[in-house]
Design a protein around this ligand. Structure first.
Ligand code: PTT
Ligand code: SF4
Length: 616
């Protein structure tokens, strides 16, 4: 088959061994690559109910049939595993040279099992795999590690690394790349890498897999690049990137403020996209991207100076959600998270939770909104698992279960993953998107805020639910499996019809939209089956209640701003949830039915899953 290598690299770091394993054409057609491949491999290879830090939990790094080819924003890859934060399926998407070099190394994916006795660097090239002791790198920050590796291997290799957060098994540690500027795997993929004692993976490839029609692929790719440049939104997008959302969110009352209590921030102007423009030093992009969104800014606070790459999510959670401003100070917190390899979103949500617990005297620790100095110290304590940092390193759900009672109502997570930057007191579709996201409360699959505004606030319509299913299949199914960046579509309304054309030129296969949606449906059904299997096998149990976002949004209305008084309605939310299950062919607990699994070619899941759950 063209555009795939048809094999993955299986590495056992315990035995320091490796082998190539064949991927059948049928499997590639059914799951495409990236996330599709990752969930299929995790379903097959992970023992049910496995502890996320056990040697038998696999870490998957996967590319897709479009990754690395000369077409818009194709330098992306997936890192996936069973999450130590949520205990369900977890993944993240990184824009990095490592994606392109992995693709050139002769494999569609790398799967890693085991726990190494000593800290390790793995060097994967198209010729061999080397296991190199990395005690000298253990304990170093992500930027220093990348610098040292580049000194040894040159500037053309692709590097994935972890910070001390991953080493210390902070449950929201991420995998980091591109000098701290890109990171992926919010649900603790960096902690899984750390549990295996892998400090870094270096990819050094040779050639991309031969596409079906190289000339046609390059021609359509060039057409796509030029459509992007011609987009009416391009100029503003290039100026502010994701940071344009700070102002939009504040004006529409969905910025996360003070642990998602409010939707408007009085100092929003000091942390927004215009402030970014005034501080920007450089604008860069991921490999093969002509719509760069990585704004590098210089900051200088009372005690530190440095450079970092703020994005909307980072600034919303470490800024507005903690009462920290202006951007200069938020940038320092962002930079610390990158150096330690901690997810900025979960970090901001967890510290916001700690501040509210402190305010309500539910913990014996003093910290206040906007207290940047104590927050910086707390980030370092979390990364090192010191003092109260050791408790907070387990994330919001764990802390709320320890404290219990009313503390659960304002624990801002879904299925253990902290909520990203869309306060949904008055975003009904976004609330449902968080509820049914396949990794916990993340916006990767659907960012519905703009559609909630367009289709009406306080509206719980069937249309919203139908659009969520559609967007999940496009963003979470297609983009995550191709694997390319979704920003051309999200920010510049890039014509989606490019993708079947690109797929035809790359693979020689005519993928219709029906086929692409079926792949999406299959991926969602298998990920959901994985969650159910893992939760029941490890004694957590499963019910539809896991798909309900935190009670804060239902019980406590916004107290400020133009939408003062707004909150969600639980009965209406549950009606939307029911309709969502119906559209997906899942039962009243959100579990795929036998018929759905059969229709999607997932018969083998039925016999496995019914050991744990009475399938309808
Ligand atoms: C992503 C999540 C996001 S979503 C952001 S900012 W965003 C945060 N970035 C972090 C960071 O930086 N450092 C850090 N220590 N933690 C961070 N946590 C947060 O992680 C990212 C871009 C962005 S910027 C987004 S939305 C899009 N995400 C895509 C996606 O998921 N799929 C896809 N096909 N294309 C995407 N394009 C965009 O890529 P996670 P990245 Mg990331 C420094 O990883 O786990 O998916 O969480 O991916 O390479 O950094 O690019 O306003
Ligand atoms: Fe990377 Fe941004 Fe380009 Fe996407 S749009 S590939 S995140 S630089």
């Amino acid at each position: 088959m063209r555009a795939w290598w048809g094999k993955y690299l299986y590495i056992d770091v315990e035995r320091r061994s490796f082998k190539a394993v064949e991927l059948s054409p049928d499997m590639l057609l059914k799951f495409l690559g990236g996330r599709g491949l990752a969930i299929k491999l995790l379903w097959d290879l992970n023992p049910p109910g496995v502890d996320p830090f056990s040697p038998d939990n696999h870490l998957v790094l996967a590319t897709g049939p479009l990754t690395g080819y000369p077409l818009p924003s194709s330098g992306k890859m997936i890192v996936a595993s069973k999450s130590p934060l949520t205990y369900g399926y977890g993944d993240g998407n990184i824009g990095t040279k490592a994606a392109v070099e992995l693709r050139k190394s002769g494999y569609d994916a790398v799967v890693i099992r085991g726990i190494s006795k000593k800290p390790l660097l793995i060097h994967i090239s198209c010729k061999t795999v080397e296991f190199i002791d990395a005690e000298d790198l253990w304990g170093l920050d992500t930027e220093t590690v990348e610098k040292k590796i580049a000194e040894n291997y040159g500037k053309n290799v692709g590097i994935l690394t972890i910070g001390i957060g991953g080493e210390n098994l902070v449950k929201f540690a991420v995998v980091v790349s591109e000098h701290g500027g890109r990171s992926g795997g919010r649900p603790g993929m960096g902690a899984v890498m750390g549990s295996k004692k892998i400090k870094a993976i270096v990819f050094e490839g040779c050639n991309l897999p031969e596409p079906y029609n190289k000339v046609e692929l390059a021609r359509i790719g060039a057409e796509g690049y030029s459509e992007i440049k011609r987009s009416p939104g391009y100029e503003f997008y290039e100026r502010q990137g994701t940071m344009q959302f700070i102002r939009v969110a504040n004006e529409n009352s969905f910025l996360p403020v003070y642990n998602f209590r409010e939707g408007v921030f009085e100092y929003a102007d000091s942390i927004d996209g215009y402030m970014l423009e005034s501080m920007r030093e450089k604008l860069i992009g991921c490999p093969l991207c002509n719509m760069p969104c990585r704004h590098i800014i210089k900051y200088a606070t009372e005690t530190s100076l440095g450079k970092t790459e703020p994005d909307y999510e980072n600034v919303a959670l470490l800024g507005a959600n903690l009462g920290v401003w202006p951007l200069n100070r938020v940038a320092r917190l962002n930079h610390l998270a990158d150096l330690y390899g901690l997810d900025t979103i979960s970090l901001g949500a967890t510290i916001g939770y700690a501040i509210e617990l402190s305010e309500k005297k539910l913990i014996d620790y003093k910290i206040e909104w906007g207290d940047c100095k104590t927050i910086s110290q707390l980030i370092t304590d979390i990364a090192n698992r010191r003092g109260i940092g050791d408790l907070l390193a387990n994330g919001v759900r764990y802390v709320s279960e320890k404290i219990g009672g009313e503390a659960r109502d304002f624990a801002m997570h879904v299925k253990g993953l902290e909520i990203s930057a869309y306060n949904s007191h008055a975003l009904e579709g976004m609330a449902l998107s968080y509820g049914v996201s396949p990794i916990g409360a993340h916006h990767k699959d659907v960012t519905f805020a703009s559609l909630d505004i367009k289709l009406g606030r306080l509206t719980y319509s069937k249309e919203k639910v139908e659009r969520i299913v559609y967007l999940q299949n496009i963003r979470g199914g297609m983009y995550e499996s191709l694997v390319t960046c979704r920003f051309p579509f999200v920010y510049l309304s890039f014509n989606l019809d490019y993708y079947p054309r690109l797929l035809k030129a790359a693979t020689g296969i005519d993928f219709t939209w029906d086929m692409i949606h079926e792949i999406g449906n299959r991926i969602y059904a298998l990920i959901r089956s994985f969650w159910v299997r893992e939760y029941i096998a490890s004694g957590r149990g499963w019910s539809y209640e896991l798909d309900i976002p935190p009670m804060r949004w239902f019980k406590e209305p916004l107290s400020k701003g133009p939408l003062k008084g707004y909150k969600l309605d639980l009965d209406k939310y549950l009606n939307m949830l029911k309709y969502y299950y119906q559209l997906r062919g899942w039962d009243e607990n959100g579990v795929p039915t036998r018929e759905t699994l059969r229709k999607l070619g997932l018969e083998y899941v039925i016999s496995d899953l019914e050991k744990y759950y009475p399938l309808k």
